[in-house]
Design a protein around this ligand. Structure first.
Ligand code: FES
Length: 141
Protein backbone atom coordinates (compact mmCIF):
# COMPACT_ATOMS: atom_id res chain seq x y z
CA UNK A 1 0.00 0.00 0.00
CA UNK A 2 1.30 3.43 -0.92
CA UNK A 3 1.05 6.10 1.75
CA UNK A 4 -0.87 9.27 0.80
CA UNK A 5 1.16 12.38 0.05
CA UNK A 6 0.15 14.30 3.21
CA UNK A 7 1.34 11.43 5.41
CA UNK A 8 4.63 11.15 3.51
CA UNK A 9 5.20 14.89 3.93
CA UNK A 10 4.76 14.65 7.71
CA UNK A 11 7.03 11.58 7.81
CA UNK A 12 9.78 13.27 5.81
CA UNK A 13 9.49 16.63 7.57
CA UNK A 14 7.87 15.98 10.95
CA UNK A 15 6.71 18.94 13.00
CA UNK A 16 6.98 19.33 16.77
CA UNK A 17 9.71 16.76 17.40
CA UNK A 18 11.44 17.07 20.76
CA UNK A 19 10.78 17.81 24.39
CA UNK A 20 9.17 20.74 26.16
CA UNK A 21 11.08 21.87 29.19
CA UNK A 22 8.77 22.03 32.18
CA UNK A 23 5.73 20.48 30.45
CA UNK A 24 2.26 20.59 32.02
CA UNK A 25 1.63 17.03 30.86
CA UNK A 26 3.97 14.31 29.70
CA UNK A 27 3.42 10.67 28.87
CA UNK A 28 5.40 7.63 27.84
CA UNK A 29 3.54 4.79 26.15
CA UNK A 30 4.50 1.57 24.44
CA UNK A 31 2.94 -0.15 21.45
CA UNK A 32 2.51 -3.69 22.74
CA UNK A 33 2.40 -5.13 19.24
CA UNK A 34 5.84 -3.85 18.17
CA UNK A 35 7.52 -2.64 21.38
CA UNK A 36 7.98 0.92 20.06
CA UNK A 37 7.85 3.82 22.48
CA UNK A 38 6.33 7.29 22.25
CA UNK A 39 6.65 10.30 24.53
CA UNK A 40 4.32 13.27 24.28
CA UNK A 41 4.68 16.65 25.97
CA UNK A 42 2.04 19.35 26.29
CA UNK A 43 2.06 22.88 27.57
CA UNK A 44 -1.32 24.23 28.63
CA UNK A 45 -2.44 27.76 29.38
CA UNK A 46 -5.99 28.49 30.52
CA UNK A 47 -7.11 24.98 29.46
CA UNK A 48 -5.71 25.53 25.94
CA UNK A 49 -2.80 23.54 24.56
CA UNK A 50 -0.20 26.07 23.57
CA UNK A 51 2.50 23.59 22.62
CA UNK A 52 2.60 19.86 21.89
CA UNK A 53 5.69 17.85 21.00
CA UNK A 54 6.72 14.22 20.73
CA UNK A 55 9.69 11.89 20.66
CA UNK A 56 9.41 8.34 19.39
CA UNK A 57 11.26 5.17 18.55
CA UNK A 58 8.22 4.35 16.42
CA UNK A 59 7.87 3.79 12.70
CA UNK A 60 7.11 6.21 9.89
CA UNK A 61 3.36 5.94 10.48
CA UNK A 62 3.83 6.86 14.16
CA UNK A 63 6.07 9.80 13.24
CA UNK A 64 3.70 11.13 10.55
CA UNK A 65 0.56 10.82 12.67
CA UNK A 66 2.27 12.37 15.72
CA UNK A 67 3.31 15.30 13.58
CA UNK A 68 -0.26 15.75 12.29
CA UNK A 69 -1.87 15.41 15.73
CA UNK A 70 0.53 17.78 17.51
CA UNK A 71 0.04 20.36 14.76
CA UNK A 72 -3.74 20.21 14.89
CA UNK A 73 -4.20 20.36 18.65
CA UNK A 74 -2.20 23.55 19.17
CA UNK A 75 -4.52 26.28 20.40
CA UNK A 76 -7.30 23.79 21.23
CA UNK A 77 -8.87 23.14 24.60
CA UNK A 78 -8.18 19.80 26.24
CA UNK A 79 -11.61 18.46 25.21
CA UNK A 80 -11.22 19.72 21.63
CA UNK A 81 -7.80 18.01 21.43
CA UNK A 82 -9.34 14.68 22.38
CA UNK A 83 -12.09 15.16 19.78
CA UNK A 84 -9.49 16.03 17.15
CA UNK A 85 -7.61 12.86 18.00
CA UNK A 86 -10.81 10.88 17.41
CA UNK A 87 -11.44 12.70 14.13
CA UNK A 88 -7.88 12.09 12.92
CA UNK A 89 -8.21 8.48 13.80
CA UNK A 90 -11.27 8.15 11.51
CA UNK A 91 -9.64 10.28 8.80
CA UNK A 92 -6.22 8.64 8.78
CA UNK A 93 -6.90 5.06 9.64
CA UNK A 94 -8.54 4.44 6.30
CA UNK A 95 -5.31 5.65 4.69
CA UNK A 96 -3.04 3.34 6.69
CA UNK A 97 -2.43 -0.36 6.13
CA UNK A 98 -4.34 -2.38 8.74
CA UNK A 99 -1.14 -3.44 10.50
CA UNK A 100 -0.26 0.23 11.08
CA UNK A 101 -3.44 1.07 13.00
CA UNK A 102 -1.79 0.34 16.41
CA UNK A 103 0.81 2.97 15.49
CA UNK A 104 -1.82 5.71 15.63
CA UNK A 105 -3.33 4.14 18.73
CA UNK A 106 0.10 4.64 20.31
CA UNK A 107 -0.03 8.33 19.37
CA UNK A 108 -3.59 8.91 20.59
CA UNK A 109 -2.87 7.07 23.86
CA UNK A 110 0.19 9.27 24.38
CA UNK A 111 -2.02 12.36 24.06
CA UNK A 112 -4.67 10.95 26.39
CA UNK A 113 -2.08 10.17 29.07
CA UNK A 114 -0.34 13.54 28.75
CA UNK A 115 -3.75 15.21 29.23
CA UNK A 116 -4.50 12.92 32.15
CA UNK A 117 -1.25 13.94 33.81
CA UNK A 118 -2.11 17.59 33.23
CA UNK A 119 -5.49 17.03 34.89
CA UNK A 120 -3.90 15.25 37.84
CA UNK A 121 -1.56 18.19 38.30
CA UNK A 122 -4.59 20.46 38.43
CA UNK A 123 -6.17 18.51 41.29
CA UNK A 124 -2.85 17.71 42.96
CA UNK A 125 -0.71 14.61 42.80
CA UNK A 126 -1.47 13.69 46.41
CA UNK A 127 -5.05 12.93 45.34
CA UNK A 128 -3.82 10.85 42.40
CA UNK A 129 -1.55 8.85 44.73
CA UNK A 130 -4.47 8.25 47.07
CA UNK A 131 -6.59 7.25 44.12
CA UNK A 132 -3.97 4.89 42.63
CA UNK A 133 -2.40 3.45 45.76
CA UNK A 134 -2.71 -0.32 46.28
CA UNK A 135 -4.15 0.44 49.71
CA UNK A 136 -6.98 2.47 48.19
CA UNK A 137 -7.56 -0.14 45.52
CA UNK A 138 -7.70 -2.86 48.20
CA UNK A 139 -10.24 -0.81 50.13
CA UNK A 140 -12.38 -0.41 47.03
CA UNK A 141 -12.34 -4.15 46.23
S1 FES B 1 5.53 -0.33 14.01
FE1 FES B 1 5.87 0.34 16.06
S2 FES B 1 4.88 2.25 16.19
FE2 FES B 1 4.56 1.62 14.14
Amino acid sequence: MKYPKFLMEHFQNPKNVGEISDPDGVSTVCNASCGDIMQMFIKVNGNRITQATFKTFGCGAAIATSSILTERIKGCTIDEALEISERISKEILSELPKEKIPCFTLVSNALKLAIEEYKYKQIGFHQKEEFDSPKTRALKD
